[in-house]
Design a protein around this ligand. Structure first.
Ligand code: ADP
Ligand code: MG
Length: 339
């Protein structure tokens, strides 16, 4: 007798939510990434009680066509890739079409979006995966996503949430990473009425670094740039005296996506080499741009990890470029001092 059945969409979304929506910060990450993909120049995030009570992300991006608003919550529904071939050329932060259905499965979600400047748009309300409302409404161009009572229907997950302070810390990290990866976008983060981050937009990375790490730190950062046929490097690297006890201020960004990559980090550490005291780590914000076919981002649901197709070449180029900038900055002043 056959015992295998295909799960219905409702259950499938709840299972996927377990992977995609680990904690409030995951919701912020997914919604902000959608806003970035929509070409927004201004993205505001509002959170209450560590994001467990409320998360609202408002953007001035392209918006969603009224008749697409409900479909945006279907499983594997995406406007970002159309064929299998596109998977090898990802130019957007999202492409899996999993975030919205997953979030809507474990929270009470309200979407208001307009894709033009007529002042008219669409409002959708979904609670625990069930559509409650789909109506025309007044709305400016852009998208506003409100996520209330995260995990209200999955008490087992809710129980694992840490203190408000801890959840807020994770949300801040997500926002810092997005702000560093996108200095051209004005980001703001407010929690329980307090402004925790505010960037100007306009593309000045050093200004973003100053608003996250402080003015003094930003003054000890030196610009880096370089390119070869495959890769372009830009960003700022910290002078060796700016060290930290962990790797949390080592930021690597690939095609606008904040990533963690062991090989890249090691290459940069090799470039600093003896300049760093033992067990101390540098502060840097390094952006790499390359053809999307040179990097596979479809490794993990949160897309924090990536694989490079020419890893050895890339790492060697990064190491050389960082070493060259450091030796110019660090060695020359020392020689001058000795005279
Ligand atoms: P993905 O980002 O992987 O495509 P999502 O579930 O995050 O999947 O979003 C589904 C679709 O909804 C997106 O492909 C996009 O077309 C639309 N969308 C979601 N958020 C926004 C937004 N802030 N602005 C414009 N379109 C959006
Ligand atoms: Mg997305």
């Amino acid at each position: 007798m056959a015992k295998i059945t295909v799960l219905d969409e409702h259950i499938a979304n709840q299972i996927a939510a377990g992977e995609v929506v680990e904690r409030p910060a995951s919701v912020v990450k997914e919604l902000v990434e959608n806003a970035v993909d929509a070409g927004a120049t201004k993205i505001e995030v509002l959170a209450e009680e560590g994001g467990l009570e409320l998360i609202r992300v408002t953007d001035n991006g392209s918006g969603i066509e009224p008749d697409d608003c409900e479909a945006a919550f279907y499983r594997h529904a995406t406007s970002k890739i159309g064929s299998g071939r596109d998977l090898y050329q990802i130019r957007t932060l999202g492409f899996r079409g999993e975030a919205l259905p997953s979030i809507a499965a474990v929270a009470k979600v309200r979407l208001v979006s307009s894709s033009d400047d007529t002042g008219l748009g669409r409002a959708i309300v979904i609670e625990g995966g069930t559509l409650k409302e789909n109506e025309d409404t007044a709305a400016p161009q852009g998208t506003e996503m409100t996520v209330k009572e995260l995990f209200y229907n999955t008490p087992a997950r809710l129980k694992y949430m840490k203190t408000i302070q801890t959840e807020l810390g994770h949300i801040s990290d997500v926002m810092y990473r997005q702000a560093l990866a996108h200095p051209e976008i004005a980001f703001s983060l407010k929690h329980n009425g307090n402004t925790l981050l505010q960037t100007q937009g306009g593309g000045d990375l050093l200004q973003v670094i100053a608003s996250i790490y402080g003015i003094n730190t930003s003054k000890s950062m030196i610009p880096i740039s370089g390119e070869n046929l495959d890769y372009r490097i830009s960003g700022f690297i910290g002078l060796p005296e700016l060290t930290r006890s962990n790797r949390s201020a080592m930021s690597t960004i690939v095609n606008g996506r904040f990533v963690r990559n062991q090989g890249l980090q090691q290459a940069i550490l090799r470039a600093y080499h003896t300049l760093l005291p033992i067990n101390r780590y540098p502060l840097f914000v390094l952006s790499l741009d390359m053809h999307p076919s040179l990097v596979d981002v479809n490794v993990h649901p949160a897309k924090l990890e990536v694989r490079f197709s020419k890893e050895a070449e890339l790492n060697a180029f990064v190491e050389e470029t960082v070493r060259a900038v450091l030796s110019e900055q660090v060695l020359i002043p020392q020689v001058v001092k000795q005279q």
